[in-house]
Design a protein around this ligand. Structure first.
Ligand SMILES: *Cc1c(COP(=O)(O)O)cnc(C)c1O
Length: 374
């Protein structure tokens, strides 16, 4: 057997990520690789930092892109901030909240789980009750945009409650960054992580993260070393900062960072508020069309994510058949259900570059055809 070049098909990606990557970002990726300590590359990294500060709406000095996917961003927040025996309140209303719990447990810390309903936003009163019962809690962690269910939680309200109890907040913004309002400084978020392949529409494999001064102070005051060498941010800090004399930590994914830089320039040019607005408008178009096809949303209207639309699979319709019909006849990918919604719902993404009239129209046409043929 001869193995030759891999030529992927041209798909339209309307699942939970990766999302469609624009030709502009793909061409940035194909530019010549230069050394990761080349002065021009270091300058570009500085621009990535300031563009990420814009995207997160923060002035946090510690705002970087981890050389690893969103899951590593999650782990980085937990292993750096949380020490064994600390108490962490985790609001769990889907798959990604469960992973937070897993992270806390593996550190040897105590996870207090605020068990919410799947497909609903986190209930702020349940967090208040948990904090009243656990005055020893040091952190509150939650997922802003639960990609497994399509629910958006009120991050501002949850952060306010956490602050009133003197807890630091750890927020998963993997799917929310760029797609819905997120204001790290104004809401007082202490540690936040995201991913490159959702509403930033970059290639997968990078995780933007940002720590407040309070969070950086917690890391500096740690009594025990961070249990992960690669994710120890006190080491990474020297790589992403330190005027011209950066210490080698690992080799940055040079070309992927060109791509992230380009996607962040596109976000800056569009304007973050305009991007939030575009996601909302495209979502409304899609929702109207889905309703016309008789598809029912999992999440109540005022708790829905515009960038991730979860609808129930109609009675008698074969989940896998429909999804492969879309892929084979329309080169269109939508997401299967995850966790409790496996086989029960579809997840239709409108993320970043993919939140467009063209994608909405294609998805509605293709779904109509697929449902009629199923
Ligand atoms: C996708 C996602 C992650 C994980 O990101 P990866 O890049 O796949 O590791 C974490 N949290 C949420 C909410 C996500 O949607």
């Amino acid at each position: 057997m001869t193995i030759s070049s891999f030529i992927p098909p041209q798909r339209t990606l309307m699942g939970p990520g990766p999302s469609d990557v624009s030709a502009r970002v793909l061409s940035a990726l194909a530019r010549p690789t230069i050394g990761h300590l080349d002065p021009l590359f270091v300058q570009m990294m500085d621009e990535v930092k300031s563009l990420l500060q814009y995207a997160f709406q923060t002035k946090n000095e510690f705002t970087i892109a981890l050389s690893a996917p969103g899951s590593a961003g999650m782990e980085a927040c937990f292993v750096n901030l949380v020490s064994a025996n600390d108490t962490v309140i985790v609001c769990q209303n889907g798959v990604f909240g469960s992973r937070m719990v897993e992270n806390v447990k593996r550190i040897g810390a105590n996870a207090v789980v605020v068990e919410g309903e799947w497909g609903r936003a986190v209930d702020p009163t349940m967090l208040t009750e948990a904090l009243a019962q656990h005055p020893e809690a040091k952190f509150v962690a939650f997922v802003h945009a639960e990609t497994s269910t399509g629910a958006l939680s009120d991050a501002q309200a949850l952060c306010e409650i956490a602050q009133a109890h003197d807890c630091l907040t750890i927020v998963d913004a993997v799917t929310s960054l760029g797609g819905v309002e997120l204001r790290v400084d104004q809401w007082g978020i202490d540690a936040v992580y995201s991913g490159s392949q959702k509403c930033l529409s970059c290639v997968p494999g990078l995780s933007p993260i940002s720590f407040s001064e309070r969070a950086v102070e917690v890391i500096k005051q740690r009594q025990t070393p961070v249990p992960s060498w690669f994710l120890d941010q006190s080491l990474v800090m020297g790589y992403w900062s330190g005027e011209g004399k950066r210490a080698y930590h690992h080799t940055a994914p040079v070309n992927s960072l060109y791509a992230l830089h380009e996607s962040l320039v596109m976000l800056k040019n569009e304007g973050i508020e305009n991007s939030w607005q575009r996601h909302q408008e495209q979502h409304q178009q899609l929702a109207k069309g889905l309703a016309a096809l008789g598809l029912e949303f999992v999440v109540p209207e005022n708790e829905r994510l515009p960038q991730l639309n979860t609808v129930y699979i109609p009675e008698g319709i074969d989940d896998a058949k429909v999804r492969s019909y879309l892929l084979n006849h329309y080169n269109l990918e939508i997401g299967a259900g995850l966790g409790k919604f496996a086989g029960k719902a579809w997840r239709i993404g409108l993320m970043g570059f993919g939140a467009s009239n063209e994608n909405v129209a294609l998805c509605l046409t293709a779904l109509k055809d697929a449902l009629a043929s199923a």
